[in-house]
Write a protein that binds this ligand. Structure first.
Ligand SMILES: Nc1ncnc2c1ncn2[C@@H]1O[C@H](COP(=O)(O)OP(=O)(O)OP(=O)(O)O)[C@@H](O)[C@H]1O
Length: 243
């Protein structure tokens, strides 16, 4: 399969009326097709807001964002994994998947659920699934949309770490075969080290790129020493502070 689309973010200015300073001024980020970019930075810096702009959910900014040459507002909605699963509670697992892409057949939806380790759970409702299983459905749904752009907003937050390892493996496998262009928002350097090809650190208000680190080793093939090295590198930029 070919790589996902190139993503070009060129924001001249983004403000929220309640904030005294702009959230971003002259924020330029290019993500080549098929790259997984980790976006890290302190709480409140504007990571989730950037995903909402890229997704075309928030269109109130000055600048351009294009996905494969098409403006974010006009492009098909990307796969989006939110901080909470945000499954529709009145729909079964399979119906949550076909809701984002009616072209998907039941067999294809079931195959996707099998890939995330949920064989036999197609007809379960979200409340019948554990928190970790719900995240798996959310991943399956994000890979089922008619878009090869994937936005992940702290996809493993508030899950036990022993559940996270399984989900990370599922995500790595799906990204290896589907080759989406992706942005992963995370506050954990170890998640960025494991899952991404590159990391951008945002800081300040307006937020600016204070580090842009391309990882030389290949995602999915890093040994524990390399993971530790990248984690430590990224940790030097992360500070526990809220804006
Ligand atoms: N709809 C909105 N209206 C006004 N201000 C907003 C809105 N959404 C976000 N903000 C403000 O913009 C700033 C950035 O918020 P955002 O959620 O993007 O940060 P974040 O980096 O994702 O934080 P966290 O890591 O805690 O999730 C915050 O100061 C927040 O209060």
């Amino acid at each position: 399969m070919a790589d996902g689309p190139e993503l070009k973010i060129d924001i001249a200015e983004k403000r929220f009326p309640v904030l005294p300073a702009p959230l971003y001024v002259d924020l330029d980020i290019d993500v080549p097709g098929g790259q997984v970019l980790a976006l890290v930075g302190p709480s409140g810096i504007g990571k989730s807001s950037l995903l909402r702009l890229v997704a075309g959910i928030d269109t109130d900014y000055v600048g351009t964002i294009t996905i494969g040459g098409v403006s974010a507002e006009a492009a098909p909605p990307p796969g989006f994994v939110f901080q909470d699963s945000r499954l529709l509670p009145w729909l079964t697992a399979i119906d949550n998947i076909t809701a984002v892409n009616p072209a998907i057949t039941r067999a294809q939806g079931e195959a996707m659920l099998e890939r995330v380790g949920l064989q036999g759970f197609a007809d379960a409702y979200p409340h019948q699934l554990s928190g970790g299983m719900q995240r798996r459905v959310a991943l399956a749904r994000a890979f089922s949309v008619n878009s090869r752009l994937l936005l992940l907003d702290e996809p493993f937050v508030s899950l036990d770490r022993h559940l996270v390892a399984g989900l990370q493996k599922v995500l790595l496998g799906l990204m290896a075969s589907e080759r989406p262009t992706a942005i992963l928002v995370t506050h954990l350097p170890e998640d960025a080290a494991l899952l991404a090809d590159r990391a951008i650190v945002l800081d300040g208000r307006p937020a600016r790129v204070v580090a842009d680190i391309a990882f030389e080793s290949r995602r999915g093939e890093r040994d524990p020493q390399e993971l530790l090295r990248l984690t430590q590198l990224l940790s030097t930029y992360s500070e526990e502070k809220a804006l």
